[in-house]
Design a protein around this ligand. Structure first.
Ligand SMILES: [Cu+2]
Length: 350
């Protein structure tokens, strides 16, 4: 066992002890150590065994013009990451990535994290806000609830994630998502947009394996669609899910994608085959306006608004142009038909 693995195992073990709110569970500790001897936690944590918490809908309540209450759960839920392959994910609301959050620039966010995990603390780091991480992104203990308030003054497309140590494990196990802060004065191209989707890129590794998270390469790199409104596609990050059930558009649509690469480790070279991005707003800020972009670099956590026009019927693969990652699953398809409905024609992907 490498030095790092030992340290990692200690961190994980102490998180479990802490997680039990002072009630040290030696059987759990032994279990984790036993796992570490082979390979860091290749099995499900003992307290998570048999646990599959039903997805809980996110609660977003606007309580006044510039104030919104948001409640998100931390929970352990089985996620299908490839056909027939389940991952006992650490999630927000039972989705991985978590549900997309949309607020307005200038909102005060009253954020509640309900930690339904019986064994591990979790927390929420919102990239969209100015906050004091040590208090505003503080750990919420197992079976506890924490509430935090902060302003969302910057418009954009941001990542949110669990910030509990080891952060890499919490993100790689599924605790990530996207928050959109709508600009006060909109985007200059708002009136041209006829269709929009929210897309997230993330990676999956060997199950709960900090050594692999740290030194390995992703097993899968995937896209998911997160619903902006009722009826929109809403998927987990799974190989092929947006190829089997492509996103739809109609000829002539000006498509806007809110995109974020939640990593945890890799960058994305975001590209839509068969088109050029007419307009891009880096990190979703209207000030960061670029035109004529073929491939957009999204750093780990980075987001953007991208817009393009589809001029012909057909299947438009959405990829990261790092094709080793596309081959590992990072392909979605935008199917363009005459009327925007699925005409049942075969989908061409990469
Ligand atoms: Cu967490």
């Amino acid at each position: 066992m490498g030095k790092f693995t030992k340290v990692a195992a200690m961190v994980v073990t102490s998180a479990l002890i802490l997680g039990a709110c002072g009630k040290a569970d030696l059987s759990v500790e032994k279990k984790v150590e036993a796992q570490s001897d082979k390979e860091a936690a290749v099995e499900v944590f003992a307290p998570h065994k048999g646990l599959n918490q039903k997805p809980t809908p996110i609660k977003i309540d606007r309580i006044s013009e510039h104030e919104v209450n948001i409640e998100i759960t931390a929970q352990i839920t089985d996620i299908e990451i490839n056909k027939g392959e389940m991952y006992k994910a650490w999630t927000f609301n039972g989705e991985a990535p978590g549900p997309v959050v949309v607020v307005n620039q200038g909102d005060k966010i009253n954020f509640t994290l309900k930690n339904m995990d019986p064994s591990i603390p979790h927390s929420m780091d919102m990239h969209a806000v100015h906050a004091a991480p040590s208090t505003d992104f503080a750990n919420v203990m197992p079976d506890h609830t924490g509430t935090f308030s902060y302003p969302a003054d910057n418009p954009g497309v941001f990542m949110y994630h669990c910030g509990t140590k080891p952060v890499l494990a919490h993100i790689a196990n599924g605790m990530h998502g996207m928050i959109i802060v709508k600009p006060k004065d909109g985007y200059p191209t708002d009136s041209q947009v006829t269709r929009e989707y929210a897309l997230v890129q993330n990676e999956w590794y060997k199950y709960n394996n900090l050594e692999d998270f740290t030194n390995g390469v992703p097993k899968y790199v995937v896209f998911s669609a997160k619903a902006l409104k009722n009826g929109d596609p809403n998927t987990n990050g799974a190989v092929g899910s947006l190829v089997d059930k492509p996103l739809l558009a109609k000829v002539g649509d000006r498509v806007r994608l809110y995109v974020d690469n939640v990593g945890p480790n890799e960058v994305s070279s975001f590209h839509v085959v068969g088109t050029v991005f007419d307009d891009v707003y880096i990190d979703g800020n209207p000030f960061n306006h670029m035109k004529g972009i073929q491939t957009l670099l999204l750093p780990a956590s980075g987001g953007a608004v991208v817009e393009f026009t589809v001029t012909k019927e057909g299947s438009y693969p959405i990829v990261t142009h790092q094709f080793n990652h596309a081959t590992k699953g990072a392909v979605a398809v935008l199917k363009v038909t005459k009327d925007g409905h699925d005409d049942g024609s075969a989908v061409m992907s990469h």
